[in-house]
Design a binder for this molecule. Structure first.
Ligand code: IP8
Length: 259
């Protein structure tokens, strides 16, 4: 991957235990931070909400917004939980020698009816210019129609990729990559390479508490990012060394999306 600019999403399923509320997978996060620290070029990190966001977001129905005083309290509660995870990610990256600065989407994303309409990314430019690594995350943000709504890390990957045209975008997940069918439903084969022009339709079950739609949504974002020429990799962050290998530009067991 050389030393060009990269975008990396640490999926919530790779850094938290998704079935237990607010449960960090601290060893995985520490190892992934170390693997990331081997990359010497410019980098932006996005992370998912995992069990710090999805369970309560689903319970409160935040995928349909947060109206009224009760909704506002729910939105504030989930935002506070996700912010806790963000601080843990920032800490892990800093301990691995990465000068990570937090960039909360609530401060730069503008949403209407659950859809992103504008993003002010000046802070990202400033941070990168200063030699820092901006770290943003799936969050609860203000919404002009719904009061508040969810902004997923995958959407942030698309927005940031549009702005910065990175050399590569890496989605770190808890599975080896994109499969030809949901591996939880039986025998499935890993798709090693997806060509943007001939991308298959992937039928993916929405995972239990994932309000932003699991692998199918991820693949849609990955294809959007790959279309203008960015190399996209979807890999398993629970397997030690895979992220580092990808960052070194080596071949490995994962899905690569491009032309
Ligand atoms: O984990 C979702 O972000 P994601 C954010 O990147 C919340 O899909 C608050 C559920």
């Amino acid at each position: 991957m050389g030393d060009g600019m990269i975008l990396v999403k640490l999926g919530g399923s790779a850094i938290t235990h998704k079935e237990r509320e607010k449960s960090l997978d601290a060893p995985a996060l520490k190892r992934l931070a170390r693997e990331l620290s081997t990359y010497k070029g410019m980098m932006i990190v996005v992370h998912g909400a995992g069990s710090f966001g999805h369970m309560k977001a689903k319970k409160y129905g935040l995928d349909r917004g947060a109206r009224g005083p009760k909704g506002a309290l729910h939105a504030a509660e989930v935002q506070a939980d996700v912010r806790e995870l963000n601080l843990k990610v920032i800490d892990a990256l800093r301990c691995a020698g990465i000068p990570a600065l937090s960039a909360p989407p609530a401060l730069f994303m503008d949403q209407t009816a659950g859809k992103d309409v504008a993003a002010c990314l000046d802070a990202f430019h400033d941070m990168l210019r200063g030699g820092y690594v901006p770290v943003t995350f799936g969050d609860v943000v203000l919404d002009k129609k719904w009061g508040a709504s969810i902004c997923s890390g995958d959407i942030l990957m698309e927005i940031l990729s549009d702005e910065f045209r990175p050399d590569a975008a890496v989605f770190v997940t808890n599975v080896d990559g994109v499969f030809d069918r949901d591996p939880k439903l039986g025998k499935a084969s890993l798709i090693r390479r997806i060509h943007v022009s001939t991308a298959p339709k992937v039928k993916g079950a929405k995972s239990g508490s994932d309000v932003t739609g699991a692998m199918a949504a991820k693949l849609r974002s990955a294809l959007e990012i790959a279309r203008p020429g960015t190399r996209v990799i979807v890999l398993n962050g629970l397997k030690s060394g895979r992220l580092e290998l990808a960052l070194k530009g080596k071949r490995g067991k994962w899905t690569e999306i491009g032309d």
